[in-house]
Design a protein around this ligand. Structure first.
Ligand code: NAD
Length: 461
């Protein structure tokens, strides 16, 4: 595929701007972050309206998960950027004596950020913060499925930043693929595993460094020692926020057999407590993004045992917060990431068996474990692999900028948030600085008896 000339021109203009060195000074980066901070603050109402238009996202959820999370990342970066941008002195090697050595964080250059639709504002701008902090230029390609939010993002960036520094290109997979042909210096992708593979292949063709923030099925385990009332609240919150359309939402529950029945009851009570007896009328529950996903999710309900919920309305793309019981690993709902308000509940007889089931599947983006047993928590922590985890909570680990966020295996490569975002857009340039004198002759030919000396020198190390 050849990229349309206007996209090539955009990249070339950004390359020229980057080469001018204007994005590198700390002052510039700080100014740009502050400019964005103010712009987002001014547009709060518009952002909430856009998300409500796209998929009925409640204003509280938009504020907490799109606006506040970005603003706290910006504050964190402003506080720490002076430190991050300083060269980091490291010990020099005896063999290179005399020298002084340091690591310089060097901006990669012109980056491409491709975003997903489920947190459309935050997932496009949050990686961009890393690009800004690192001193890069960026082209953003938000999702085509959330046209109101993507349009607003484009307007906001256009109004506050020159296109040779930051710009938004709107469109779907074709536009995305045309962009992937261009000579970016860094690609940051958030989305599904299949598209992640396409992006990784495109990046590999040009050997462009790439971060992949992908998805998958994130398990949530509950053992018999867990505080079930608290677990029910934290699970219902993490699962049904954004109507279950969250990359780190608990995809399924894996419950110790002895507590499955009381947990199901508490989960049902909590759903009613949070969303009322008729969640369709709750102002706090979002809708499914489009008809395709509505049909996909509705068909998963067809042969499932509905414990709670299960109601749907195609016209408003509503699917009730739903619990599915007596689900087996072979059920269709257990074959792919659910990405919607359906929560299958499976049971396990013993923790090692549950761990074995998890480890037999692709490494998840997140893993949650509710337990009061220290030993059991240690077991799950050390015997499973996942992008990130919460013990006795769901999804909250992504809101701490001190914790790098990302997947492992098929759930992603690389990470971001806080310093990790800065690092994702920086090359760690190792620099050795040597004075002209003294110029010790040990390493230069002719070697003569120097072999004995160098052997002795290595013994001292
Ligand atoms: P998606 O992969 O369908 O789309 C993501 C982006 O890729 C969009 O901008 C889209 O236009 C583009 N795209 C789609 N098809 C493409 C193609 N063939 N070639 C090139 N680009 C293409 O994902 P989505 O439906 O927007 O998001 C849902 C998925 O993203 C879920 O799997 C979810 O778990 C994952 N996700 C992961 C994170 C994370 O941080 N790890 C966050 C949010 C969502």
């Amino acid at each position: 595929m050849t990229s349309p000339p206007h996209l090539e021109t955009l990249v070339q203009r950004q390359k020229a701007f980057f080469a001018s060195g204007q994005t590198r000074p700390l002052n510039f980066r700080v100014q740009m972050l502050r400019r964005l901070q103010e712009a987002i603050a001014r547009e709060e109402e518009a952002i909430m309206a856009a998300l409500a238009e796209d998929f009925g996202k409640p204003p509280f959820e938009t504020y907490a998960t799109e606006i506040a999370i970005l603003q706290s990342e910006i504050k964190f970066m402003l506080r720490h950027l002076p430190q991050w941008t300083k060269p980091r002195r490291v010990k020099s090697s005896f063999l290179n004596f005399p020298s002084s050595d340091a690591i310089y964080a060097e901006p990669y250059g012109v980056s491409l950020v491709i975003g997903a639709w489920n947190y459309p504002f935050q997932l496009t701008l949050s990686p961009m913060l890393g690009a800004l902090a690192a001193g890069c230029c960026a082209i953003l390609k938000p999702s085509e499925l959330t046209s109101a939010t993507s349009g607003l993002t484009a307007r906001l960036i256009q109004e506050h930043f020159p296109p040779e520094y930051l710009t938004v290109v709107q469109g779907g997979p074709q536009v995305s693929q045309a962009l992937l042909e261009l000579p970016f210096d860094k690609i940051f992708f958030t989305g599904s595993v299949p598209v992640g593979k396409i992006v990784a292949q495109a990046a590999a063709k040009q050997l462009i460094p790439v971060t992949l923030e992908l998805g998958g099925k994130s398990p949530c385990l509950i053992d018999e020692t867990a505080n079930l009332s608290v677990a029910a609240k934290r699970i219902v919150w993490g699962k049904f926020l954004n109507a279950g359309q969250t990359c780190v939402a608990p995809d399924y529950l894996l419950v110790q057999e002895s507590v499955a029945a009381p947990l199901l009851e508490k989960l049902t009570q909590t759903i009613t407590q949070f969303y009322g007896p008729l969640p369709a009328q709750s102002p706090d529950f979002a809708r499914i993004i489009n008809d395709r996903h509505f049909q996909r999710l509705s068909s998963l309900l067809d042969h499932a045992n509905v414990y709670t919920g299960g109601q749907t309305d195609a016209a408003s793309r509503y699917i009730a917060p739903t619990l599915l019981s007596n689900i087996t690993w072979e059920h269709p709902i257990m074959q792919e990431e659910i990405f919607g308000p359906l929560l299958p509940v499976l049971t396990y007889p013993s923790l090692p068996q549950a761990i074995q089931q998890i480890n037999a599947r692709p490494k998840p983006l997140a893993l949650y474990f509710f337990s009061e047993s220290k030993k059991a928590k240690e077991l799950v922590l050390h015997q499973t692999s996942c992008g990130g985890m919460c013990l006795n909570d769901t999804i909250s680990h992504l809101a701490n900028p001190h914790l790098p966020f990302g997947g492992v295996g098929t759930s992603g490569q690389g990470n971001y948030h806080g310093k990790a975002s800065f690092d994702a857009f920086s090359h760690q340039k190792s620099v050795l600085m040597k004075p002209a004198h003294p110029d010790l002759p040990l390493r230069y030919p002719p070697y003569g008896k120097k072999l004995n000396w160098i052997k002795k020198a290595f013994k001292w190390l």
